[in-house]
Design a protein around this ligand. Structure first.
Ligand SMILES: NC(=O)C1=CN([C@@H]2O[C@H](COP(=O)(O)OP(=O)(O)OC[C@H]3O[C@@H](n4cnc5c(N)ncnc54)[C@H](OP(=O)(O)O)[C@@H]3O)[C@@H](O)[C@H]2O)C=CC1
Ligand SMILES: O=C(O)CCC(=O)C(=O)O
Ligand SMILES: [Mg+2]
Length: 739
């Protein structure tokens, strides 16, 4: 029997699944397709890591590891919904919630000292940050807006803030001492085992990573971020921002870059509140405050102090603000600033939102202001400045006419920076950071570091690069669209890639295709010139720009990256179908809990399911699955055109109602098709029943809204209760059961 694995994740997508999955199961069983679920929510991943602390009944399997293994099986077909990439604050909340539900998990050791604590920290570390996607992404990424979605956006444009030529908004990045500066890179001449060590000034060495197996032709890089340069940069930019009178906002990706970016974030917070940290530093250390986890950690820990002491600290923090720029807010109503948590402003989504807003972010007074968007690493920050320049000159983009920018991203096998967190270190001493061949002691790459500098090694294997070039050419051919490889010859790593791209392009028939290699800034400019003329351009990029561009362009073109088709053709032949290119939308859960309205749009799930079925049809020669895929695509288009996507407003059609309409249109299409009489027969009466009951079902789904609900948890909700919430129409449930 053909099988699709449907992941259960967190927050809004997990809730949406409770409503959508029964529909998927009902429809796919008619084609002999089984749908198996795999729970990879952060709570389940934590439980899977600690069987030794749990009772027999409480233990859960390590689903993520199993899915990781399955990526190597050519028959694998996974639909992957967005999941939480947890910050330390979130992980602590997960643990607390599970403990309160009777799971005897150990506390999270914040400052591990004993070996036992260090071991626990390591185990919890597996659930921190982006812990799921890199395991499953054993293929490169193909993300694009399907034609129907793009056409819909052209006819029904979302709102766009207005860009003024005199806007003060800009991007600030380091001009020296960052990872870009002095990067070193090489392509291996043979398979080698290397170690990462630090040769101290007294001649001794500290081994940080004893053994890393490298493959022949793999590209490796050594990069350093100087602490001194970073601190100077922050000091200068904060003062510049204060003088300019605009908002200061820091944009990082602390989930994917889970070692380096919390450190980069923490330095910004400490510089901003420099005087308070000078005065109370010792006490903060004693309390175990670590602002790499955000100001939330500080406020949390000082809350245990006597009121007078706490107030003094609060006043001193306040006093710092008077000499500093105003901070951009994440939630002005709740007083949550940009420094609250490193995961609150996640660059891929936060920069596009700001650009879509005409270069504005929220101030503490709930009004919009120009801002200084600070992204310390210059490597990719420059693309945003280039886009801002374009917007200032040409005005905001027009979703009704703008072209589209699909992306083919080099991502497989933990490529580039996004795979480097286990090889990233905050240097404890000054010395030479080195990558050394273990067998020959040959030093492959080395660079001077000072105490506190961050240094890392990145790996990019050759097979994924070949596969990436192949995928880019395939997409260019299939869509008859120019493809630009965004590669910067001044960056050593990308210079190595340029050599490989030029070499591997020769393996393909490129006759008649428009293929160019350009540095990122030029590629952005070139792409935007075309976008503004309604022309499409494929961006073929490395892993970070894959992430950034697949939120940036969709948010401008479609209003959200949730409407993207996001396919990962696994290198071993299976398929991983991600749903949209965005995250798990925590704000949507808030609205559901307060008002029983879920504004999550499952369009990404619909698109992923169609390509998953198509893949399965081809692999298993299952013609019914192909019919399901084709009719689902038609139903999705009809859903868009009939305006049955979820509304943001409570009382109107929400996620659940849109699922009903998808089911009705899908059934209609299956009843209308003539390729398979069995399916036609099965769906004709079913479609009629749904149509007959449309008003009742929509009424049942809408009338429950407006009241708060209790899911008995956040990370580990009561699933039975949540199912009732997400399936409020008895009429629809009964009709579905009759299929
Ligand atoms: N693939 C993955 O697994 C990914 C996971 N993440 C994780 O997701 C969490 C949240 O990340 P965050 O940066 O806030 O980004 P999100 O993409 O979750 O949310 C940003 C905003 O985008 C809109 N949005 C996103 N998806 C949908 C959807 N399906 N329907 C309607 N609107 C949508 C919402 O806007 P509005 O509020 O206006 O409705 C939402 O508030 C984090 O834990 C992050 O690590 C992030 C990216 C990818
Ligand atoms: O895994 C994550 O934390 C985020 C992934 C992401 O943003 C993306 O792939 O677009
Ligand atoms: Mg992203």
């Amino acid at each position: 029997m053909s099988k699709i694995i449907y992941t259960k994740t967190d927050e809004a997508p997990a809730l949406a699944t409770l409503s959508f999955l029964p529909i998927v199961e009902a429809f796919t069983q008619t084609a002999g397709v089984a749908v198996e679920t795999s729970d990879i929510s952060v709570a389940t991943r934590v439980l899977a890591e600690f069987p030794d602390y749990l009772t027999e009944e409480q233990r859960v399997p390590d689903n993520l590891a199993e899915l990781g293994r399955l990526t190597q099986d050519p028959n694998t077909n996974i639909i992957k919904l967005p999941n939480i990439s947890a910050s330390v604050q979130q992980l602590k909340a997960v643990i607390k919630e599970l403990q309160s539900k009777g799971y005897a998990l150990p506390d999270f050791p914040e400052d591990p000292e004993t070996d036992e604590e260090k071991e626990l920290r390591k185990r919890y570390g597996k659930a921190l940050g982006s812990a799921v996607n890199p395991v499953l992404r054993e293929g490169n990424s193909d993300r694009r807006a399907p034609k129907a979605v793009k056409n819909y956006a052209r006819k029904h444009p979302h709102s766009m803030g207005e860009w003024k030529q005199w806007s003060s908004t800009h991007v600030s990045h380091m001009h020296g001492g960052d990872f870009y500066d002095g990067e070193q890179s090489m392509t291996l001449d043979k398979a080698r085992t290397v170690r990462m060590d630090l040769l101290l000034d007294d001649g001794t060495t500290k081994v940080l990573k004893p053994e890393i197996a490298l493959q022949d032709k793999e590209v490796i890089d050594l990069m350093v971020m100087s602490k001194e340069s970073l601190l100077e940069f922050y000091e200068r930019e904060m003062e510049d921002c204060r003088e300019a009178g605009i908002l200061f906002s820091l944009h990082v990706k602390a989930t994917m870059m889970k070692v380096s970016h919390p450190i980069v974030f923490g330095h910004a917070v400490r510089i901003y509140y420099k005087d308070a940290f000078k005065k109370h530093g010792e006490l903060f250390d004693k309390l175990g405050i670590n602002v790499n986890n955000g100001m939330a950690d500080l406020y949390d820990k000082i809350s245990t102090l006597p009121a007078s002491q706490r107030e003094e600290i609060e006043q001193d923090l306040h006093a710092c603000q008077e000499h500093r720029p105003r901070l951009a807010m994440v939630d002005s109503a709740k007083g949550i600033t940009n420094f609250h948590s490193p995961n609150d402003i996640i660059v891929d989504a936060s920069m596009p939102a700001m650009i879509r807003n005409g270069g504005k972010m929220w101030g503490a007074d709930g009004k919009l202001y120009d801002c200084k968007a600070v992204m310390p690493e210059s490597t990719f920050a420059r693309i945003y400045q280039e886009m801002i320049n374009f917007c200032k000159w040409h005005g905001n983009f027009d979703p009704t006419t703008m072209g589209t920018v699909p992306n083919v991203g080099l991502m497989a096998q933990k490529a580039e920076e996004y795979g480097s967190h286990d090889k990233t270190f905050e240097s404890s001493d000054a010395g030479m950071a080195r990558i050394v061949d273990v067998d020959t002691d040959e030093v492959l790459l080395e660079k001077r570091v000072e105490e506190g500098d961050i240094w890392r090694m990145c790996q990019t294997k050759d097979d994924p690069i070949q596969d990436w070039v192949k995928l880019a050419i395939r997409r260019a051919r299939e869509s008859n669209t120019p493809v630009i490889f965004w590669l910067d010859p001044y960056r050593p790593h990308e210079n190595e890639l340029i050599k490989k791209v030029n070499m591997y392009l020769k393996d393909h028939d490129t006759e008649g295709l428009h293929i160019e290699i350009m540095s990122q800034v030029r590629a952005m400019r070139y792409t935007l010139e075309r976008v503004s003329r309604g022309l499409d351009t494929i961006s073929a990029t490395g892993n970070i720009l894959r992430d950034y561009l697949t939120d940036l362009f969709p948010i401008l073109e479609l209003g959200t990256s949730a409407k993207m088709l996001s396919v990962v053709p696994l290198m071993k032949g299976g398929g991983l179908f991600e749903t949209g290119a965005g995250g798990s939308a925590p704000k949507h859960v808030e609205q559901l809990v307060e008002e029983n309205h879920l504004r999550w749009d499952s369009l990404g799930e619909f698109l992923a399911l169609a390509v998953s079925l198509e893949h399965l049809a081809e692999n298993d020669k299952n013609t019914k699955a192909q019919i399901l895929a084709d009719t689902l695509d038609k139903a999705t288009e009809k859903l868009l055109l009939s305006d049955k996507s979820p509304s943001r407003k409570t009382g109107e059609l929400d996620n659940r109602g849109s699922h009903f309409y998808l089911a009705m249109y899908w059934a209609d299409e299956l009843a209308a098709q003539d390729q398979d009489s069995e399916l036609k027969e099965q769906f004709t009466s079913f479609a009629q029943k749904l149509k007959d009951n449309e008003d009742t079902i929509v009424k049942e789904m809408n009338e429950v809204q407006g009241k708060s609900i209790d899911l008995k948890g956040y990370y580990h909700i009561d699933e039975e209760l949540a199912k009732q919430v997400m399936r409020p129409s008895e009429t629809f449930n009964d009709t579905l059961a009759s299929l």
